[in-house]
Design a protein around this ligand. Structure first.
Ligand code: AMP
Length: 455
């Protein structure tokens, strides 16, 4: 039987990994600009980190976690999200004592949820997100939303819809929960089994239900904004004002509750429908959390964070033609003609690589035409052809595959030859400096205006 991947998982293929890395690099750069540092926590955590952190009432904890007993009988869970694990690490490593608050953390990696696989929804997926922990300032919340928006803009995703809502402080939510219970109770018999349990554990979750009848019912449910305390309302207004003055457009959505129980005050989500009309679901979202740290046994410190789904970002960027799914091409393809030329060719290929040129070589005894086809498939711009005569004379044939012309180059001149060729397109020599501006005070070994000291 042919082995298959586990349902709901996805191989990120050779022509996709470059795009994933590009996205992660761009987001990492933005993290640097906002003063965030990366934290890497384990995929495995004690199950109670999520039960207490994400909340017993959330769908994630109720039915989506990959939980099992390890060989010593301890219940462990493969993280369904990052925030609870990050807060666990924050507390355990006493970051509130050692570091200046807020501690600004970013993370990325795989997360696991046993959900029904569909477009944009996997059982293993990657998240990239941030947490800013230890400041109750509303401007910390506003900055984090600004950061998420900046990240999407840097990925050229400008047509996103930022939805925001306020869940209020604990008192506001307790009052609201009671109002929701009163409203839904008479309809309970007709509601889906999940909502019956949500009613018992956390009625706010009912607003998130995807079952059509329950969605219709939820539309006329009491609105959170009528239950917000004066301080929560004022905080929400001030965050909105900060977003407006930063030119960040948003819409208010009083149905937005998010799937995790730890949120309080502001929550937000980014929606985007690709140009092809495909709806992959939310690109990402997050919010403020007031009690999570205390729930996990730490000090009474709030936090705010968000996370993006990297698969969704990638698929949308490819769909919209912003990113191309392709393997990166090599610069040069080395073609030994005959077995004797292979060792010499391996040498040449390595010399090219050491000098910064992405180089591949042909190992098979195939005709020159077949080698050229392979070179073109790999996206090479140049081929270096090496036969017996070339070795005897220390002269190599360099073929420009795009222009279909070739010329002889002495082996000792090869690196200089390519450096000169690539100087314009790369804006400098293989050392990364711009030789067309000034070579004189460059410390690299390449003497680009002639000769090459690396040879
Ligand atoms: P959440 O942790 O639920 O707030 O999710 C944050 C983001 O992670 C979502 O907006 C999605 O982009 C992504 N995400 C969540 N669950 C999945 C999933 N099952 N498959 C793919 N991406 C997901």
């Amino acid at each position: 039987m042919e082995a298959k991947n586990v349902k709901g998982t996805r191989d990120i293929l050779l022509n996709e990994t470059g795009g994933f890395r590009t996205i992660e690099n761009i987001l990492t750069q933005i993290c640097g600009l906002f003063g965030y540092h990366e934290l890497r926590t384990p995929i495995l955590e004690h199950s109670e980190v999520f039960a207490r952190g994400v909340g017993e009432g959330s769908d994630i904890v109720r039915k989506e976690m990959y939980t099992f007993e390890d060989k010593a009988g301890r219940s462990v869970t493969m993280r369904p999200e990052f925030t609870a694990g990050i807060i666990r690490s924050f507390i355990q490593n006493k970051m509130h004592i050692e570091a200046e608050l807020p501690v600004k953390i970013f993370y990325h990696g795989p997360a696991f949820r046993y959900e029904r696989p569909q477009l944009g929804r996997y059982r293993q997926f990657s998240q990239f997100g941030v947490e800013s922990i230890g400041s109750s300032s509303l401007y910390n919340d506003a900055e984090v939303i600004t950061m998420a928006y900046t990240m999407l803009a840097s990925l050229a995703l400008n047509n996103v819809t930022l939805k925001i809502n306020c869940l209020g402080d604990k008192e506001s939510r307790d009052n609201y929960r009671e109002a929701l219970k009163k409203y839904f109770e008479p309809h309970l018999d007709n509601m889906c089994p999940d909502c019956k349990e949500r009613f018992r554990l956390n009625p706010l979750r009912i607003l998130d239900c995807k079952v059509e009848e329950d969605k219709i019912l939820a539309k006329d449910a009491p609105k959170i904004k009528d239950y917000l305390s004066a301080s929560s309302l004022e905080r929400f207004e001030k965050i909105k004002s900060a977003l407006r003055s930063n030119n960040i457009p948003f819409v208010e959505d009083d149905q937005l509750v998010r799937g995790l129980d730890y949120y309080s005050e502001i929550v937000f989500e980014f929606a985007y429908v690709s140009k092809t009309g495909k709806d992959y679901g939310a690109l990402g979202g997050g919010g403020h959390y007031g009690n999570l740290m205390k729930e996990l046994g730490g000090p009474d410190l709030p936090g705010v964070g968000f996370s993006f789904g990297v698969e969704r970002l990638f698929d949308i960027l490819v769909d919209d033609g912003i990113l191309e799914a392709k393997t990166s091409p090599v610069d040069i393809y080395v073609m030994p003609l005959g077995d004797e030329a292979k060792e010499y060719a391996l040498n040449i290929a390595n010399r090219l690589r050491v000098n910064g040129f992405a180089t591949d070589m042909c190992f098979d005894d195939v005709k020159l035409g077949a080698m050229i086809k392979r070179a073109l498939k790999k996206g090479a711009s140049f081929a270096v052809i090496i036969g017996e005569d070339e070795i005897a004379n220390n002269k190599l044939m360099v073929k420009n595959l795009k222009e279909n012309v070739q010329e002889e180059v002495s082996s000792s001149e090869l690196i200089t030859y390519f450096n000169n060729l690539y100087m314009k397109s790369r804006g400098g020599c293989s050392c990364g400096r711009d030789c067309s501006v000034d070579c004189a005070d460059c410390s690299c070994d390449n003497n680009c205006s002639g000769g090459n000291n690396n040879e």
